[in-house]
Design a protein around this ligand. Structure first.
Ligand code: NAD
Length: 289
């Protein structure tokens, strides 16, 4: 069966909207998200437009700061300092990738960990690693776990999760989250030996590789839950292009128990979880649990 990311994200946004309304009514605080975008990457602009729309739709304040590609690292650092000190700003997100002359890790480190709604700051990675409450956890990994639970229920204890990919934004944090859910977790990557045999052991298989249709049907255990994070644009025989995931969806569909489609799976959950983090940051700012 299909795990419907669009619907799951919509339900999450409805829940968040209700919490935003309550926060406004009881504490007179309206969560606000500032997104900074440097340069003119068309894909990033589309993505940011969606973020702005969905932020406003659930009653949050959305600030969008567009900067030219020649923006200096120092300028961006001083802007972040200003936003860090502004109590009316609860969440800050710098859209990646940044132009080559700007050091991304310096920028991520300069965002206040309490406003780091992408969850990329080392303080938040450390909190996640330590299993501490209050971590702002990267959005795509949160979405993956919510989608796995959508099919398997709340209790993932004892299931074997195999993650393909070890990036800081998907592979590593999703592995940590699954460990917190009491899964037995294997992280595999480009140097893993006999990857198909490794994947075949998975009750939950998370593919975050970036290679179109990489995971084949004979790598998948019958009945497994497959979460496809990949977003790859490929050419079609008709001369157009289309988006596909890292999993050979058509072949795997009949073998697995459930699978997230691309598009319409993990993607919509990423933005919904960004809004969830923004709400959490706003609540934290007034010491609400
Ligand atoms: P990345 O390039 O940083 O990491 C890819 C990982 O795949 C690496 O850790 C590498 O070890 C592993 N890998 C590469 N080749 C491999 C091979 N042959 N065998 C096994 N492992 C291999 O990518 P990322 O940022 O983690 O993103 C992964 C994919 O997820 C991309 O397609 C990206 O577009 C997509 N993505 C989607 C969302 C979303 O919202 N849906 C968010 C982030 C990333």
């Amino acid at each position: 069966m299909n795990i419907d990311g669009k619907l799951t994200a919509k339900i999450l946004r409805v829940q968040l909207a209700a919490e935003v309304t309550e926060l406004k009514a009881r504490y007179n605080i309206q969560p606000s998200l500032t997104v900074i975008i440097v340069a003119d990457d068309p894909a990033s602009h589309v993505y940011v437009k969606n973020k702005v729309k969905q932020t406003q739709e659930i009653g949050m304040i959305s600030n969008n700061i567009k900067l030219p590609s020649e923006t200096t690292e120092n300028h961006l650092l001083s802007l972040l300092k200003q936003l860090n000190n502004d109590d009316s700003v609860h969440g800050i997100l710098v859209q990646l990738p940044l132009p080559k002359h700007i050091d991304e890790s310096a920028i991520i480190s300069a965002i206040s960990p309490d406003k780091d709604v992408d969850g990329f700051h080392a303080m938040n990675s450390g909190r996640l690693f330590n299993g501490e409450a209050g971590a702002l956890v990267p959005c795509t990994p949160q979405g993956c776990v919510l989608l796995a639970k959508q099919h398997l229920g709340e209790d993932l204890s004892g299931l074997h999760a195999v993650v393909i990919g070890r990036s800081n934004i998907v592979g590593k944090p999703v592995a940590m989250l699954l460990l917190q859910e009491n899964c037995t977790v294997t992280i595999s990557h480009s140097k893993t030996k006999n990857l198909p045999a490794m994947c075949k052991q998975a009750d939950i298989l998370i593919a975050a590789v970036g290679i179109a249709n990489f995971v084949k049907a004979d790598w998948v255990k019958t009945g497994a839950t497959v979460i496809d994070v990949g977003i790859n644009r490929i050419s079609t025989q008709e001369g157009t292009t289309k988006l596909v995931g890292d999993v050979d969806y058509d072949a795997v569909f009949n073998k697995c128990g459930a699978i997230t489609p691309v598009p319409g799976g993990v993607g919509p959950m990423t933005i919904a979880c960004l809004l969830k983090n923004t709400l959490a940051a706003a609540k934290n700012s007034i010491q609400l649990p």
